[in-house]
Design a protein around this ligand. Sequence first.
Ligand SMILES: NC(=O)c1ccc[n+]([C@@H]2O[C@H](COP(=O)([O-])OP(=O)(O)OC[C@H]3O[C@@H](n4cnc5c(N)ncnc54)[C@H](OP(=O)(O)O)[C@@H]3O)[C@@H](O)[C@H]2O)c1
Length: 244
Amino acid sequence: MKALVIGGTSGLGRALAAEFIAAGWDTAVTGLRAETVMAFTAAFPAARAVQLDLAAPGAMPATASLLDFLGGADAVVVCAGLYAENSGADWAVEEKAIAVNATGCAAALNAAYSHFKKRGSGRLACITSIGGVRGNARCPAYNAAKAFLFNYLEGLRQNAAAAGLPITVTNLVPAYVGDGAGCGRQLLEAVLKGRRTVYLPGYWRLLAALYRNLPDLLHEKMFRWHYLLLKPFMRKAPRWQGKA
Ligand SMILES: NC(=O)c1ccc[n+]([C@@H]2O[C@H](COP(=O)([O-])OP(=O)(O)OC[C@H]3O[C@@H](n4cnc5c(N)ncnc54)[C@H](OP(=O)(O)O)[C@@H]3O)[C@@H](O)[C@H]2O)c1
């Protein structure tokens, strides 16, 4: 079985790729930087690692070509992401966050979904974020891009169901998990079981439901105190307090 982990050279993607490899999958990963790609190859000589920038033009055909080059895949997981702290809502930062987290990730998902449609089956997954549940003043475009992915994945899932194809589409929703240590196994199980939406840690499903239904007025006020309130539920400090 073959797996492609896009954004698999660091953090959560790397933790997931390591689990695919440990489970005996023929695994390939992509990373943004040459040094992380080289480091991955050094750590996992049996796996393939290549550079791919989802914010560059032509990310969809580039992902499609990569899948052809690999001779196809049974599972594709898009883990790439760019957290952009941007309380000032500066457009240059917002634009980059949208380019990577919305347009770029959708391009990779689209290429993988088209690949699975042609072969008639597959496991597609994407790491989004708890940020996709509501807007946030610290990173408006990051959260909005993640919300876009929630919706896009749902659309692809319904598209597969309408076509009667056994293509699973999994939304992996982490919340403050830091470098992803200890998350790889959970991510792999969610993909292999074809789960629809998985929160990491799992108790965030309940918190997300509460947060989604919070009245707008309370959500506006919450900026001042919601990190304090949620702190007991955070495995790692939020990224704006340093690299989480
Ligand atoms: N960690 C958390 O607590 C947390 C919480 C919520 C959501 N998330 C989401 O989970 C995913 C992984 O997060 P992480 O913390 O593990 O991040 P990370 O350690 O920064 O890893 C991000 C991965 O994406 C790659 N990447 C970055 N920019 C890219 C681009 N323009 N094109 C293609 N690949 C690119 C990186 O390549 P390099 O290795 O070369 O840098 C790396 O492989 C992201 O989507 C993030 O938004 C994480």
